[in-house]
Design a protein around this ligand. Structure first.
Ligand SMILES: Cc1cc2nc3c(=O)[nH]c(=O)nc-3n(C[C@H](O)[C@H](O)[C@H](O)COP(=O)(O)OP(=O)(O)OC[C@H]3O[C@@H](n4cnc5c(N)ncnc54)[C@H](O)[C@@H]3O)c2cc1C
Length: 290
């Protein structure tokens, strides 16, 4: 007899459509920084649906609205989903104000995931700006879990505004113990704060990290301006555009390619993204609308 564990994929139940909001109960709430929280949630009935790294769900508070948020837990953890979100406006503030035990709505998952298969036996270079580390977390875990000899050299470069804005401190420290190169850099360090990491832009770390550009598979997530500069720096250092993936974020409503709210050039980000390879990007990272 086999016993179900949290790493056993749940049976697919055809009656649970990703388009229907389901009630999920908040089982834990962690304050990551002054304006970022991580909610761990489980369905009131059944199990959370399987997902792949960088996929997102539409999560909401009844009477307020719903927003796209990436699933930031491990993809082999079938017991719960985690969402790390920053307070921006009405919905993210309502979500950040929920308490353990409260019920929120979740529908999904949606979107094109990171292509982790492409980093097998290569140099997996994960580059995050600010809350962009959240959609990368599951991907980094998948890369770390690749069996030797397919397990690549793994580097995680993280940029944050200041030390108080660095996400997942303990997890990053744990990654180092698991053989991952981690470099955290901040824009500024307040006078009264001790900081043992780097200072400067995350893009400044790219050149010294790359040993063999043709072997790099890069995964980039952060504000558009940061991703634009990072893709340019990777290209300058010889990394081919088709070995770079970024995630695009635009305002979304339906998450199914129906409503057009998230159109960016030829792409509907909910359907054709959020992960897009840099050889398809053109000038999209410099456009705020259509
Ligand atoms: C695929 C995807 C994954 C995302 N994952 C995360 C995540 O893991 N964690 C997280 O904190 N946020 C994530 N976001 C961004 C999040 O959806 C927005 O912050 C949220 O929609 C803001 O809604 P609001 O009602 O709180 O604020 P609003 O009042 O709607 O907006 C507040 C400010 O945020 C801007 N904004 C609104 N929606 C977006 C958007 N989709 N992208 C960028 N700016 C926006 C508005 O222009 C405004 O300036 C993701 C967005 C997408 C498209």
């Amino acid at each position: 007899m086999t016993t179900a564990t949290s790493t056993t994929p749940p049976p697919v139940s055809p009656e649970v459509s990703p388009d229907v909001p389901r009630p999920f109960r908040v089982t834990s709430k962690v304050l990551e920084t002054s304006d970022v929280v991580t909610l761990r949630v489980v369905p009131v009935e059944g199990q959370p649906p399987p997902f792949q790294p960088a996929q997102f769900s539409m999560i909401g508070v009844s009477g307020v609205g719903e927003v796209p948020i990436s699933i930031s837990s491990r993809s082999d953890d079938h017991s719960a989903h985690a969402f790390t979100l920053r307070r921006e406006g009405a919905v993210t503030n309502a979500l950040a104000n929920v308490a353990e035990g409260d019920v929120i709505t979740v529908r999904g998952p949606f979107g094109i995931p990171w292509d982790i298969d492409r980093c097998r036996s290569r140099h997996a270079l994960f580059i995050a700006g600010g809350i962009g580390l959240a959609p990368l977390r599951a991907a980094i875990e998948e890369a770390v879990a690749l069996p030797s000899p397919e397990r690549p050299r793994i580097t995680v470069l993280v940029g944050a505004r200041n030390p108080a804005n660095v996400l997942y401190d303990a997890w990053l420290t744990g990654l180092v113990k698991r053989g991952v190169e981690v470099v955290v850099t901040v824009d500024t360090v307040p006078d009264d704060v001790e900081w043992g990491g780097a200072t400067g832009l995350v893009t400044d770390l790219v050149a010294t990290t790359i040993e063999s550009s043709s072997q790099v598979e890069a995964y980039v997530c952060g504000p558009d301006v940061m991703m634009h500069a990072t893709v340019a720096e990777l290209r300058t250092n010889g990394v081919p555009a088709d070995q770079v993936e970024v995630t695009l974020e635009r305002n979304m409503q339906c998450a199914n390619g129906w409503c057009g709210h998230c159109q960016l050039g030829p792409l509907l980000i909910c359907r054709d993204g959020p992960v897009v390879r840099a050889d398809r990007l053109g000038d999209l990272l410099t456009r705020s609308e259509l």
